[in-house]
Design a protein around this ligand. Structure first.
Ligand SMILES: [Mg+2]
Length: 351
């Protein structure tokens, strides 16, 4: 998706590093009062008054985390920001600034990087964050993107992974497994395209799944929603690797066990039908698929009335004493140990 969509092709060396940075960042105006100094000096300056600063970084590597054969650069820029904002929201905080660093090989023309930055710019507008710095350098092969997200929260609002107590309810936002099934669809189309480059894929039936993979949205709405409901989670994490491994993180950090109920795991109908088509178990996909960028949290039983019936939330289980272990309770009422199986492990298994 690099060469095809561009008629003009300006070599990176024509602009030089500073020319390139000027070009890429020219539309990134500072919006927030907490940004004292954005791009244009040796470092950015922020002021959060009496609030705490929350920082998170992620590195995305071509061929490891994304494949440009089906990932448009604009979407990649958007997703790189989302992945990081999601971690800020997972602390029950407000995201405020990001920095973006790129390493690019000269196979990317300037126009491709402008495309990438248009996605970053769109994300920063929609999510109301300032892009306050970064770096651009050359790489011998491929594309690397590192985004650092900065946010704020008052000390009392910050939610860690380690506060869950036995009997707390386990809650997840949205639905699970769609991003992974979107990836399966895209991988399949890529193979079809290799055999027949003239094939016109009909992906209408998979719109939701593909969008969840290519253009995920972080749950910016959840921390303010919880505040409005008067709910302070006892622990929280975002779902990047898959439900089971995130639950295990909460349990290990909080020193609890868990009972997760299979029948309560929220699945979109599109995930269920794609799983039937691919002949894979939808629970496995929800547990191990990953990249959903939903939030997983625990709340005290006394908050049950505030959470139940809310269309954004599903109560999927409850925490137990650590010695009781971590279990999935199946639809057939069998109790099986919960194991962490990230999506890498799953891909190896399919080989
Ligand atoms: Mg995370």
């Amino acid at each position: 998706m690099i060469e095809d969509s561009h008629n003009s092709r300006t070599n990176l060396s024509e602009l030089g590093e500073f020319g390139l940075i000027d070009l890429l960042t020219k539309n990134l105006a500072v919006k927030l009062p907490s940004t004292i100094k954005g791009i244009g000096d040796d470092a950015a300056v922020m002021d959060f008054k009496d609030q705490k600063t929350i920082i998170s970084t992620d590195l995305l590597v071509e061929g490891v985390h994304f494949d440009l054969a089906y990932m448009p650069l604009k979407h990649l820029g958007y997703k790189a920001v989302m992945v990081n904002l999601s971690d800020i929201y997972a602390m029950n905080a407000t995201a405020t600034q990001v920095t973006v660093s790129l390493a690019v090989s000269n196979r990317f023309p300037v126009e491709a990087l402008e495309e990438l930055y248009s996605g970053i710019e769109l994300a920063s507008k929609i999510y109301n964050v300032d892009v306050v710095g970064g770096d651009t350098t050359s790489s011998t092969k491929g594309l690397l993107i590192s985004v650092t997200a900065i946010g704020k929260a008052s000390l009392e609002e910050i939610v860690y992974r380690n506060g869950a107590k036995p009997n707390d309810l386990l809650v997840v936002t949205g639905d699970l497994g769609a991003a992974y099934m979107g990836l399966q669809i895209l991988e399949r189309e890529k193979e079809v395209f290799k055999v027949n480059p003239n094939s016109q894929p009909d992906l209408d039936a998979y719109t939701y799944l593909i969008e969840r993979q290519l253009k995920p949205e972080a749950r910016k709405d959840v921390p303010p929603m919880l505040k409005e409901l008067g709910v302070l989670p006892t622990s929280m994490i975002d779902i990047s690797d898959g439900l089971s491994s995130e639950i295990i993180h909460l349990c290990k950090n909080s020193k609890t066990g868990v009972n997760l109920f299979e029948e309560k795991i929220p699945l979109d109908p599109a995930v269920i039908s794609a799983c039937e088509e691919f002949e894979i178990d939808s629970t496995t996909i929800a547990l191990s698929g990953g990249e959903d960028y939903e939030l997983l949290f625990t709340v005290s039983q006394t908050d049950f009335d505030k959470i139940k019936g809310n269309p954004h939330f599903s109560i999927i289980g409850h925490m137990t004493e650590e010695r009781e272990g971590m279990h999935l309770v199946t639809r057939a009422n069998a109790k099986i140990p919960l194991i962490a199986k990230g999506w890498n492990a799953m891909e190896r298994e399919e080989d």
